[in-house]
Ligand binder design. Structure first.
Ligand SMILES: Nc1ncnc2c1ncn2[C@@H]1O[C@H](COP(=O)(O)OP(=O)(O)OP(=O)(O)O)[C@@H](O)[C@H]1O
Length: 230
């Protein structure tokens, strides 16, 4: 499903979130254009995952609004157009990789395990493991299965939390290329990462510090390290 051109892919306005009364995020304003590629950077605990989870509709903001392609995050259209890949893979215990793709893709209006899913599985090195239960996989294989699910379904906004950590070199290279292709096909892509190679490819870096946006613009990997104080 592509985003209506009149709306940005993502519009975050005045979003705030606390846990048990302790502020974790915000207020945050962020606009991501249709087809834009953004790296979300910041120290551990700076609020990246909290922001992504709010945008994905999995966590409620205390204040503010979030729209995905013009739809509020509690609208089913926003869910249908947003693919979110958490840093810890969330997979069913009793579904094979193939069944996961069938289920998730069809849930969001896709064609199930189609040719594209087959290609992504091949490039992530999962072709031989499609009938296996990911609950028995290693951490890295589970991560690849989760990436396959997230990519092999319709979306116009892709949110990915720390996807390169824990992947082997071929998996990392394959994912880097897959994200390039998703972007070239017109989806907006927001990735929480400090990976220098990915940072070099993005249109914009958005840096969070203590839950607030402290920088938004083009930045080199060296500048990114300086921005996050590393
Ligand atoms: N479920 C929770 N309960 C209480 N505090 C939380 C919870 N989740 C996050 N926090 C706190 O909120 C703040 C932001 O956390 P968040 O996970 O969003 O940061 P992050 O930038 O994604 O960190 P990391 O790089 O480690 O993944 C941190 O201080 C964290 O301890």
């Amino acid at each position: 499903m592509s985003a209506p051109a009149a709306f940005p892919a993502l519009l975050v306005e005045g979003v705030e979130r606390a846990y048990g009364g302790v502020p974790a995020l915000g207020p945050v304003d962020l606009e991501v254009a249709a087809g834009e590629r953004v790296a979300l950077i910041g120290h551990n605990g700076s609020g990246k995952s909290t922001l992504l989870r709010i945008v994905a509709g999995l966590l409620e903001a205390d204040e503010g609004t979030v729209e995905v392609a013009g739809w509020s995050t509690d609208d089913v259209h926003a869910r249908a157009t947003t693919s979110y890949l958490p840093d810890e893979p969330v997979l069913y215990d009793d579904l094979s990789v193939h069944e996961h793709v069938e289920y998730v893709s069809r849930l969001f209006g896709g064609d199930g395990f189609d040719e594209y899913a087959e290609e992504v599985a091949d490039r992530l090195g999962l072709s031989e493991r499609l009938d296996d239960l990911p609950s028995r996989f290693s951490r890295g294989l589970r991560q690849k299965a989760s990436l396959l699910l997230g990519l092999a379904r319709p979306f116009s906004l892709l949110l990915v939390d720390e996807p390169f950590v824990g992947l082997d070199a071929p998996g990392r290279a394959a994912l880097m290329d897959l994200l390039d292709e998703v972007h070239a096909d017109g989806a907006a892509v927001v990735v929480a990462t400090h990976d220098p190679e990915f940072v070099e490819r993005v249109d914009r870096c958005v840096a969070l510090r203590d839950g607030e946006v402290v920088f938004s613009g083009a930045a080199t990997p060296a500048e990114v390290l300086r921005l996050v104080g590393a």
